[in-house]
Design a protein. Sequence first.
Length: 389
Amino acid sequence: MFLGWRIYAIRRDSVGGVNADSDHPDVCKYARDNDSVIFREYEKIGYKTMYSEDYGSRDRIFLELQRVQGSGGEPSLSNCFEWHTAQLDYFGKFLRAYNGTPKFVINWSTAPCHDDPNLLYHADEDFYNFLEKHEKRLQNAFIFFMGDHGPRYGVVARAEMGKREINNPLLHISVPHWLRNNTQLTKNMEENSQRMILQYDIYETLKDILRYAPESNFTDFAYVEREKDNDNNGTSLLRPFPEPLRHRNCRNIAVHTAYCMCEFDKELVYNETLIKDAKMVVIQEINAIFRQFNVTNFCANHKLDQIISIKGFIPTKRTRMFEVFFRSTLGKGEFTVVLKLDDSGRLVRAGEFLRLNKYGDQADCIAALYADLRPICYCKKQKKPKPKN
C-alpha cells in the first residue's frame, strides 16, 4: 500500500485465471531505507512526516508509546489512558507543530479492537473528540480512515458479514473542504466506491495527491495515463478508471483470490473418501508453508484435532471446490481453507489458511521475521504464563 509493490505471489486456483509471482520476493530480507516508500516521496518536497503504530516487532516505531509503556504491558495498567489515547495525544502535538508546513501522517491503532471488535465502541468518543478538536487543522487534509483487515476470529468472524469483512476492511476517504464542490471529483469517487478497490489504488491515490493533482491546482481530475512500471493495475480513486480496469473481477485483479468478494452457496459434504483426503491435505499444506519460509526451527508442525465441517461450493460437480473448517491440536487453533479437486481428482490447496480464533502470543517467536505467518504458527518455545498475584 505504501510502495505499490506486489510482495506476495497471487494464486487464482479457486476461480481460474493466471497466477503471478511476487515482484519483490526478498522484501523482508533487507532494509528498505532507499526504496520509494510513499511518505519518503512526500518528505522530498518538504512535508513533515509522522509514523505511529501501537504494535512493533523489535524496534518501536512509536517511541512515545515505548516511553509510556515502560517495561511492557498495557499502559493503562500504570497510567490513566490506553495506547490509542497516547497515540492521539502525540498525533495532536504533531498537528500543532511546524506551522505552515504540509504534513503526512500514518497513525495505526490496533489495540482498541484487534482481539475483539466489540471493544471498538469504547474508543469511539476518543476518536470523535480528536477529530472535533482538530477540525480546523484538518479542513485542508485528505483523510483515509481505514482498516488493514476485518475481525479474523471470534463470533463476529464466523457471521456472514464477518466473513465478508475478514479480508475486505472498511475504507472512508474525506477530501479537503474546498474540494467538496468539485463535481468531477465527486462523480469519480462515487463511481469508484462501487468498484473492487485494491491496496495499489491507495498508493496511486497518494501519489496523485503528491504529483499529478497539484499540476492543475487540484481542479482537473480527468484520467491520467498510468506509469509504465505500474503493473498491478493501481488507479487513483480521485480519477475515472480506464476502460479495461472498470471490469475488475476475481480472475484479473492483482491480489490473491482470498481477498475477493465472490460468494458461493455451499452445502455440507459427507463423502467419507473426500473427508479422509481433506484431513491429510490440510495438515500437509499448512506444515509445508513452514518449510517454504524456512521457519521449521521456530514453528511446530500441526496435527489434526478435528475436521469441524466441509462444505462444497454448489454445484460441487462443476466447481470441485470445498471449504474445510478444522481444528489443530496446537493451541486449539481453528482454521478454514479452500481445497479443490484438480484434473486428476486429487485435492489441492486453492486458498489461504484463515485463522478463526485468537492466537495471542503463540507465534511471537516469528513476529519480527514473518509477521504474516503468526496466525498459523505455534512456536516450539512458548512463553511461560505470568504468575497471578
